[in-house]
Write a protein that binds this ligand. Structure first.
Ligand code: 48H
Length: 256
């Protein structure tokens, strides 16, 4: 016999326990794309308490769809190790270029973050930040369903020693800080905005642009190029993975 109420209680009790265990963390990440999930994996592997908030039902961001929905991604020599570490099978196509099944790369990237102890909450959107003493020290979150329905429902907050904006092209968290605080650590003090496609430059700059953009807030992945005015790069994902690894390393150097 299956008791429907036991099923309901199990879901509610386990969610309550896991959610309340995530109210104060070492690192909070907005966005579960390749950059955010790779950062989550390395941070959690180093013993940090990590929570990821993802607006959509599925984590993985833009990596599922490969290039124009052909489910294949390309990575380059310097980044292939990040996928090899999690047993993604790579085909060497030409000198320095490797291809992978995007569904394998995406699902293993997500699984590795979870296996190392990161907690992902899907269907939750970051809608604001907590700021104390001119430092970002947490996220303000709400159900994506509330956001999508446009309901007037106040959000909740979580505290983190460091936060990462890994929201992709939109750079949503940096945009919020720009709007509410007025100044980011960029040449103009504002978001410089993403430039048109150039894989060669975009792949290099996405790693260089991965940094602390406001005290307590790091930017990684496509959001880093949007914030610092660099090009997009199409379906080559090495830069996203390297950016996720770099942001984890930078935070690990700073965190208590
Ligand atoms: C919670 C949010 C919020 C929010 C957004 O777009 P992503 O895959 O981002 P990256 O930087 O890891 O990877 C970028 C890559 O996918 C890409 O777009 C490339 C390489 N483009 C090149 C080109 O030329 O176009 O993932 C970001 C995730 C998504 O899942 C969003 O749903 C989520 O962040 N998200 N989650 N709160 N406010 N905003």
């Amino acid at each position: 016999m299956i008791d429907d109420i036991i099923v309901t209680r199990k879901i509610f009790e386990r969610f309550s326990e896991e959610f309340s265990n995530s109210f104060e963390v070492d690192v909070a990440i907005a966005g579960a794309g390749p950059a955010g999930m790779t950062a989550a994996r390395y941070l959690a592997k180093s013993g940090k308490k990590v929570v990821v908030f993802e607006r959509k039902l599925s984590p993985g961001g833009g990596m599922w769809g490969g290039g124009m929905t052909f489910p294949i991604i390309v990575v380059q020599e310097g980044s292939k190790k990040i996928l090899e570490e999690i047993n993604v099978r790579l085909d060497r196509t030409e000198e320095g270029y490797y291809s992978a099944d995007s569904i394998e790369a995406c699902s293993k990237t997500c699984a590795a973050a979870i296996d190392n102890g990161a907690k992902i909450f899907n269907t939750i959107s970051v809608e604001d930040v907590l700021i104390r003493d001119n430092k970002v020290n947490g996220f303000v979150i709400n159900w994506s369903a509330v956001e999508i329905a446009g309901l007037h429902v106040d959000p909740l907050s979580i505290r983190a020693k460091y936060c990462i904006d890994a929201t992709g092209h939109a750079a949503e968290v940096c945009r919020i800080v720009q709007k509410k605080v007025g100044r980011l650590n960029t040449p103009s003090g504002k978001i410089e905005e993403e430039k048109s496609m150039c894989a060669e430059i975009g792949e290099k700059t996405v790693v260089e642009n991965t940094r602390e953009v406001y005290p307590g807030l790091f930017v990684a992945g496509m959001a880093a190029n949007a914030v610092y005015g660099a090009p997009r790069m199409g379906p080559i994902f090495g830069g996203m993975l390297l950016s996720g690894k770099k942001v984890a390393e930078e935070i690990l150097e700073k965190i208590d």
